[in-house]
Design a protein around this ligand. Structure first.
Ligand SMILES: Cc1cc2nc3c(=O)[nH]c(=O)nc-3n(C[C@H](O)[C@H](O)[C@H](O)COP(=O)(O)O)c2cc1C
Length: 207
């Protein structure tokens, strides 16, 4: 049993990993606080360097704040990120990211701003200690049927994000995760085959 009384069902963890996808379009249906707390609790179960647990999560539901965060994503995208991504991203992904950044991500009913408390970890361990928690969050969201996407576009506008969320300079903002009910089931993911990325004993022996 977990501390909150649920019997963990680990049998489907592989299925959840297979299903986890970037979702950039959400219905207008709200997400209950209970569900948000369940997903956040899963995030807090993640490992971190020296068990420093530096992750902090600001859950934004306020419509005006979400619109402002959406504006930051749009500004970052139109101010250079789109130009950088054109010709690099697969056209379908580019179109999805484009629509997300300019239109659909802002409409997610919940935005989770994820930061690292620099009083709890070294700057060098921010990524390695916060991204495991983010991955747990994404997997937990998938497990309960929510759509989510890890985004970093708005992080380039950290000052504005600080103003909107009240996070001070001692918290490094790492990601913004829109969360909500997906409009449609995800397309199958495109992932490199194991034989291309895994090796036996030495790097010249593909799996
Ligand atoms: C570090 C990181 C930053 C990302 N930033 C963004 C972002 O700013 N905007 C966005 O729409 N997607 C973002 N993504 C999502 C990726 O585009 C997505 O994970 C990848 O294309 C795989 O998509 P899939 O799960 O649908 O197959 C980011 C993912 C990671 C890991």
């Amino acid at each position: 049993m977990t501390a909150d009384g649920d019997a963990p069902d680990v049998r489907d963890v592989f299925g959840v990993m297979e299903r986890q996808r970037a979702c950039r379009e959400f219905t207008e249906e709200d997400v209950s606080d209970e569900l948000v707390a369940r997903v956040l609790r899963a995030a807090t179960r993640a490992p971190s360097a020296e068990n420093s647990q530096p992750s902090v999560f600001v859950v934004v539901r306020d419509a005006a704040t979400r619109a402002a965060i959406g504006g930051l994503m749009r500004r970052a995208w139109e101010g250079g990120a789109r130009r950088y991504s054109e010709g690099r991203l697969d056209p379908a992904l580019l179109a999805d990211v484009d629509r997300g950044a300019t239109e659909t991500l802002a409409r997610a009913p919940v935005h989770v701003i994820v930061g690292a408390d620099l009083d709890r970890c070294l700057p060098q361990t921010v990524g390695s200690s916060v991204f495991p928690a983010i991955q747990n969050l994404l997997l937990a969201a998938t497990a309960v049927g929510l759509g989510s996407v890890l985004t970093t576009l708005a992080v380039t506008q950290a000052g504005e994000l600080r103003r909107l969320t009240g996070l001070d300079e001692r918290v490094e903002i790492v990601a913004v995760i829109p969360l909500g009910w997906p409009v449609r089931p995800p397309r199958p993911g495109v992932r490199r085959p194991l034989a291309e990325v895994a090796f036996r004993e030495t790097a010249d022996h593909p799996w």
